[in-house]
Write a protein that binds this ligand. Structure first.
Ligand SMILES: [Zn+2]
Length: 205
């Protein structure tokens, strides 16, 4: 047998061993037929003699497999989830009142459950992040509105002070001193006066 053919053997035998986990272990009398079918399907281009050689090689290698030996020895349990009969070592144990008890589902099903749990949890996490984002976004918008409002009133005040000063300047026909500038600003801010009212009050002439 060439190296290429040996590689074919390893590939097929490992895929058969994997299928044991997925769809249950084959009985010894089913195994040989199954290998023949698989080899005929996968390497139909090989001459019959070579195919037979390959089948025997795979058969021997699976019979030597530790897990399959355990299965053949009858030390098996049926998984309550995938309903496959599997070697006992394919079931985890847990402690209960100091006693070691085999779980009723096989390691593969346990692993699948775990994967599903992680997947579901990820979706929950995503959902949570989304909610958090929406909540924060609302808070951001609220803060922005407050900021805008405050800023608007500041801006509005500056605008009213500017207009009042301009009005007074026009009326008195000259520039304001620093003192008068501050006075108008304060009257607009604290008394809510307009340029007209300030001018009419006579504080600046
Ligand atoms: Zn199972």
């Amino acid at each position: 047998m060439t190296n290429t053919e040996k590689q074919i053997c390893y590939r097929i035998s490992s895929s058969i061993k994997e299928s044991f986990e997925e769809s249950g272990f084959l009985r010894k009398d089913e195994l040989l037929d199954y290998i023949k079918q698989t080899v005929d399907l996968e390497v139909s281009y090989k001459p019959r003699d070579m195919r037979t050689e390959i089948v025997n090689f795979i058969y021997e290698s699976i019979l030597k497999n530790k897990l399959y030996k355990e299965f053949l020895s009858g030390k098996t349990l049926m998984c309550s989830k995938c309903i496959s009969i599997k070697p006992m070592s394919r079931f985890n144990t847990y402690k209960h009142n100091g006693e070691t008890i085999k779980k009723t589902i096989c390691k593969k099903c346990e692993y699948d459950n775990h994967k599903t749990w992680i997947k579901n949890n990820k979706e929950k996490q995503k959902e949570y992040d989304k909610k958090k984002y929406i909540k924060n976004r609302q808070r951001y918008l609220d803060n922005y509105k407050i900021w805008q409002k405050n800023n608007k009133s500041t801006h509005n005040l500056y605008n009213r002070q500017y207009k009042a000063r301009l009005y007074v300047i026009k009326k008195i026909g000259r520039d304001l001193s620093d003192k008068e500038h501050k006075l108008i600003n304060n009257l607009v801010k604290n008394e809510g006066l307009t340029g007209l009212k300030i001018y009419k009050s006579g504080v600046i002439s």
